[in-house]
Design a protein around this ligand. Structure first.
Ligand code: GLU
Length: 474
């Protein structure tokens, strides 16, 4: 049997974290078994579905690299198929027309409520042997209802939740086509899962209630019943249901917020699934390991700190050229244009070890391409009258000194500072490094200042020192 899974989003909003995890698990399962992963857009809710949301979902999947083998199939383009199947069911007697008016249903509902009963359709139009149906009213366009079995139980072994049993007596004869002939949600899902030959339905557990109805309809169609895996929901850092309140709900928001797709994927993979104590793994590894047996049935809790930790790992591991183009775009968005010198790859080589966020990384290195503005407090604290003569001496030494080849200069620049410290009796390395840091980077925190100087280059280093030393001299 060839594994065929699907991701079936309703395009009523972005691809959110929960949806992305569902897509990832379905994708990985198909990959693991060399099957097919199908994208199906469930756009029959025409009021709430938008092309922008379809695009947002595709953008999210593309960013994460969740490629599909078939589709996207749009349910709105499959109406003819649904109508054909509907007719087959009417012909086979597994579905029937119901001519109840809204008013009749309302009266029924009210009387059931008054009697303290659960409101439900009383099956008055359901054909049964020996039962006479009401006469067909002329002014009513009928809906089509599914003839749900009235006895017995629907059972399935959910791959996440275990065995689930629902009594048929608890289920209504579901409307599968509206009065205007359009098929309803559960029916479209059934026809699609059947026609598309889906073998494992992996979806959010908000659909558990739909499953017995769908199984009954699949049975009525003589279809093979797929396996079902209902994923528990994702809670926010605070243990509450993940919602807009938690900030980043759209997957693309994570892109905007400075995360690498590798980090988000790795993070999502561990959200409710585990493989021993493995925390860091790429998607190839994940697809090999993944199965539906190790998904926790309880809700998974989001943990931003862990995502940041993974992001730091993938920033360190990233291909340096790809990292550079990403960071260049982020810098451009803040109005900083990357120049050829210093080479962005060199700058990133120096900085990426300490970063856990791409936006932060871009902010941290912006000073290489845009003159930094040190704050006055730091300037006064570190570029003191005390140290000024030594800074002037250092600048002169640096100017006279041959910085040599790009790659060899740093050691020498560093040594030059060390030698100055060694030869003086009141100077320490931090005492001279801090004002240098303020002058060159505009901040009080940076990697080794000699490494920064090497990347900035001789001309720029001297120019930045000059600016402060001139101000001081005046
Ligand atoms: N369209 C449904 C949703 O977005 C998913 C249906 C399914 O996976 O069966 O929640």
């Amino acid at each position: 049997m060839i594994v065929r899974t699907r991701f079936a989003p309703s395009p009523t909003g972005f691809l959110h974290i929960g949806g992305a995890r569902t897509a990832l698990f379905s994708w990985a399962y198909a990959k693991k078994y060399h099957g097919k992963f199908i994208l199906r857009i469930e756009d029959t809710d025409v009021e709430r579905s938008t092309p922008a949301a379809v695009q947002a979902i595709m953008d999210g999947m593309q960013w994460l690299g969740l490629d599909y083998d078939e589709g996207p199939f749009y349910q709105m383009q499959r109406m003819d198929t649904y109508k054909k199947v509907l007719q087959t069911m009417l012909d086979a007697g597994t579905a029937y027309y119901c001519y109840c008016s809204k008013e009749e249903l309302e009266i029924l509902r009210e009387s059931q409520m008054q009697q303290g009963l659960k409101p439900r359709y009383d099956r008055r139009w359901r054909p049964e042997a020996g039962k006479s149906l009401p006469s067909i009213p002329h002014n009513i366009s009928p809906v089509v209802r599914f003839k749900n079995p009235q006895t017995g139980v629907v059972t399935w072994d959910d791959l996440v939740k275990g065995r689930i049993e629902i009594a048929n007596a608890e289920m209504d004869d579901l409307i599968i086509a509206r009065a205007d002939g359009t098929p309803t949600y559960n029916f479209c899902v059934v026809v699609d899962d059947w026609e598309m030959g889906i073998t494992q339905v992996i979806r959010g557990d908000d659909h558990v209630n739909n499953t017995p109805r769908q199984i009954n309809m699949l049975n009525a169609l003589g279809a093979t019943i797929p396996q079902y895996a209902h994923l528990s929901m994702i809670l926010g850092d605070d243990g509450q249901k993940l919602s807009k309140r938690h900030g980043a709900v759209s997957v693309m928001q994570y892109h905007d917020d400075g995360y690498l797709p590798e980090a988000v994927l790795n993070y999502l993979a561990r959200l409710g699934w585990s493989h021993g104590d493995a925390e860091i793994f790429n998607m190839q590894q994940f697809c090999e390991w993944f199965d539906l047996d190790h998904i926790t049935p309880s809700a998974a809790q989001f943990n931003t700190e862990k995502l940041n930790w993974l992001n730091a790992h993938y920033i360190k591991e990233a291909n340096i050229d790809e990292l550079a183009s990403d960071i260049a775009i982020r810098l451009a968005k803040t109005g900083v244009e990357v120049k050829l010198q210093p080479k962005l790859q060199d700058v990133l080589g120096l900085y990426r070890e300490r970063a856990n966020n791409l936006n932060q990384l871009a902010r941290d290195i912006a000073y290489f391409y845009a003159l930094p503005q040190a704050n006055v407090v730091d300037v006064e604290k570190y570029i003191t009258d005390d140290i000024l003569p030594q800074l002037i001496t250092l600048k002169k030494k640096l100017a006279d000194f041959d910085w040599g080849r790009d790659d060899g200069g740093a050691v020498d620049v560093g040594m030059l500072i060390s030698n100055m410290v060694r030869d003086s009796n009141n100077l320490t390395y931090p005492k001279i490094a801090m004002p240098l840091r303020v002058m060159l980077t505009g901040t009080t925190q940076s990697p080794n200042i000699d490494a920064v100087m090497r990347i900035l280059g001789k001309t720029e280093t001297l120019a930045r020192m000059e600016k402060y030393l001139n101000q001081k001299k005046q």
